[in-house]
Design a protein around this ligand. Structure first.
Ligand SMILES: [Zn+2]
Length: 240
């Protein structure tokens, strides 16, 4: 399976290289998640702002209705005045009754509109309070976002520094291993999803979780050359 013979030293360095590579992958993933985390926070903030827009829309609607009602009340008073005049000028019982009816209608309109305005004012006050609460919660949330963003930015910088350090360490390690061995590792890395060298504790291959046959295991214990897992082909080693 493997044409290459690895020295114990090379093997140890490759295992170290593999550890570094897996750390690099994890850090790179974390770095990729950072913009998404910020986007998520900003989306929550936008949703809250949209709620305020909705409240403003409701307030505007109620305010318009209030104007209409006030006009209705004004008209009602005018109608009452007209009805009074008609009553005075009434020449027949019918005219008189008509004037009384007109006045009663106008009064009813005024009463209904006034009631509606009362309810409307209550609703408006509730909306203003809700708006205030929402504004307050947005202010607090945005403070939190700013704080979180600063933290995230620090984390990002730390991750980038760590990645640089690991990159340097990686380069140094590679310089200490022969190029053909590195090439072998790089090739196998893709084949085995990053895990070329896996531990064989308790006779189990940690790459594929299958049991290792006794022959291979005793070879491994004796430290005689490279031992592959007969199932997945990864290179086995024992933690000492
Ligand atoms: Zn295996």
């Amino acid at each position: 399976m493997l044409m290459l013979e690895l020295s114990k030293e090379d093997l140890e360095k490759l295992i170290e290289l593999q550890k570094i590579d897996s750390q690099i992958i994890k850090l790179e993933r974390k770095l990729e998640e950072i913009p998404q985390e910020i986007q998520r926070l900003e989306e929550v903030s936008r949703t809250r702002r949209r709620k305020i827009e909705h409240i403003d829309f409701q307030i505007e609607e109620l305010a318009q209705r209030r104007k209409q009602l006030e006009e209705i009340i004004n008209e009602g008073y005018k109608q009452i005045e007209e009805a009074k005049k008609k009553k005075v000028k009434a020449k027949s019982l019918e005219d008189y009754k008509e004037a009384i009816k007109l006045k009663a209608e106008a009064e009813k309109k005024i009463i209904n509109a006034t009631k509606e305005i009362e309810n409307l004012i209550k609703a408006l006050n509730a909306l203003f309070k809700e708006r205030e609460r929402m504004e307050e919660s947005i202010r607090e949330f945005e403070k939190k976002i700013e704080k979180k963003k600063r933290e995230i930015s620090k984390t990002e910088q730390a991750l980038k520094r760590k990645l640089e350090e690991l990159g340097d360490y990686r380069k140094q390690l590679i310089s200490e291993i022969s190029p053909e061995v590195v090439e072998f590792y790089e090739e196998k890395k893709y084949e085995f999803g990053g895990n070329v060298f896996v531990t064989a504790q308790n006779k189990i291959c940690s790459g594929c979780l299958m049991q290792i046959p006794s022959a291979q295991y005793s070879k491994l214990l004796k430290g005689e050359g490279l031992v592959h897992c007969p199932n997945c082909g990864r290179i086995l080693y024992i933690l000492k």
